[in-house]
Design a protein around this ligand. Structure first.
Ligand code: ASP
Length: 442
């Protein structure tokens, strides 16, 4: 179908100047018929996002304090935008209703959702597009989970025959009409759901960076941009800390086979990153790896027991303890008589002794210890499958930097290698791997 769904993030719509850029982008391509806006984001680094201002109003209301000043600041922001855009629109009656509802404790999800709602009305007016309230078409269950099966037919029916529309991101409503939101950054998810409903040829996600970078620019100097990445690679990288897109935004378009294009509102000429299901055979990546990401804050329980490998059910006993204690393990490297369990430290914080003593009781190990301060690093790339020696190169770069590798795990898909290192080596390890795989190829 000749349709593009375009979602603009908060920084792309933070003020009238940014909104004008977004409008010019939309107007430059007839296919950009469905627009999903976020609420106005930060205009400068110390600024406050409208969403956060709304959460604050809700907090004041819940504490039975006046929201007059806090709400006025929000109304002023929107009025400033309307005035600068020079559109003939008054949101006064909307402001009054919203203020009344927040004061009457309509709740944090309702309050937060109004940021997108109001911005949607402004942008629809500016573009001359129809405004479709997300509460009408994005369906949540009463427990707050998004219901795609109910949403898709509703959306399709509502948008049928609609030439062009603005549908605010981030929220929907349950069947009683109660407004619900996705988690933070959830306008990405709305855009994906709409792209899937209208069978868009592409879901363009406009933000303030020209797509994904091979690594974190706070760690690696001027890292390269990723031009094409598969959904699977992206999942690995986002899970390990690379953020640009909300994690749940992938599923709806991925199942519908729609690519996502991450684009920069401030540099629309940049091609950005294409996220696709399959990479065409001839699109050979110059580098073996697509990206490097990682997270700190892991811990390991290291267990030793003679003849562990022949003791039936040992692992099950240990894992049952972890389940009982609410610890979700991410990796389980093992030796013949040793086993390590790696998980986020926050899962065990405050109950360290209890967990260890339960494992002692359940499995009678010879030795058990808790090791903190572990960082996990994911080296991801579809190119690994056709290249020999990737792990060797990772190890060599770690050895040269005298970084001790505590564990290594290669997924069976040969798409990623995950290594565990000390937190103190995290940044250096990323830089070394980047040098090895990217800089040395140039
Ligand atoms: N405005 C919401 C937030 O700040 C949702 C979004 O921008 O995607 O999280």
């Amino acid at each position: 179908m000749n349709v593009k769904v375009v979602k603009f993030g908060g920084s792309s719509l933070a003020d009238a100047k940014q909104i004008t850029k977004a409008a010019n982008i939309i107007k430059s391509d007839d296919k950009r018929r469905f627009v999903v806006p976020s609420a106005p984001g930060k205009r400068f680094s110390d600024d406050i996002k409208v969403t956060d201002m709304l959460y604050n109003c809700n907090k004041l209301a819940m504490e039975n304090k006046s929201i007059n000043n806090a709400f006025q600041a929000i109304a002023d922001r929107y009025n400033g935008i309307i005035e600068e855009l020079g559109i003939d629109l008054s949101l006064d009656s909307e402001f009054e209703t919203i203020k009344k509802n927040i004061t009457a404790k309509a709740g944090s999800e309702y309050a937060a959702s109004r940021g997108e709602y109001l911005n949607g009305i402004i942008i629809a007016k500016l573009l001359g597009y129809e405004f479709v309230d997300a509460a009408e078409v994005i369906v949540f269950d009463e427990d707050g989970t998004f219901n795609n099966d109910k949403t898709q037919p509703k959306l399709r029916a509502r948008l049928k025959g609609v030439e062009a529309a603005v549908i605010p991101g981030f929220y929907g409503a349950d069947e009683n009409g109660v407004v619900r939101t996705f988690s933070r950054g959830g306008s990405d998810v709305t855009g994906s759901i709409i792209a899937s409903a209208v069978k868009a040829e592409v879901y363009e996600n406009w933000t303030d960076v020209s797509g994904f970078l091979v690594s974190d620019p706070r760690i690696v100097d001027n890292p390269k941009a990723i031009s094409v990445i598969t959904y699977k690679e992206l999942r690995e990288l986002s899970y390990m800390g690379a953020t640009v897109l909300h994690e749940d935004a992938i599923f709806p378009v991925r199942t519908a086979g729609i690519p996502i294009n991450i684009k920069n509102t401030n540099r629309p000429e940049d091609s950005g990153t294409m996220i696709v299901s399959e990479v065409p055979e001839d699109e050979i990546n110059k580098y073996t790896i697509t990206g490097i990401a990682g997270k700190k804050g892991f811990a390991a329980i290291n267990i030793e027991k003679a003849m562990m490998n022949s003791e039936l059910g040992f692992c099950v006993k240990v894992l049952e303890v972890l389940e009982e204690c609410g610890i979700s393990i991410e990796h389980m490297p093992s030796g013949i008589d040793t086993l390590s369990l790696i998980f986020p430290y926050s899962d065990i914080e405050g109950k360290e002794d209890e967990v260890l003593s339960k494992i002692r009781k359940a499995g009678a190990p010879d030795h058990i210890e808790l090791e903190k301060g572990i960082a996990m690093l994911a080296v991801v790339g579809r190119g690994m499958r056709r290249t020999r020696g990737t792990a060797a190169r990772i190890f060599a770069s770690m050895a040269h930097a005298r970084i001790n590798v505590k564990m290594i795990d290669q997924g069976s898909s040969e798409l990623n290698v995950i290594i565990g290192i000390g937190e103190e080596d995290f940044e250096e390890a990323i830089r070394r791997i980047y040098d090895m795989f990217i800089n040395s190829v140039e």
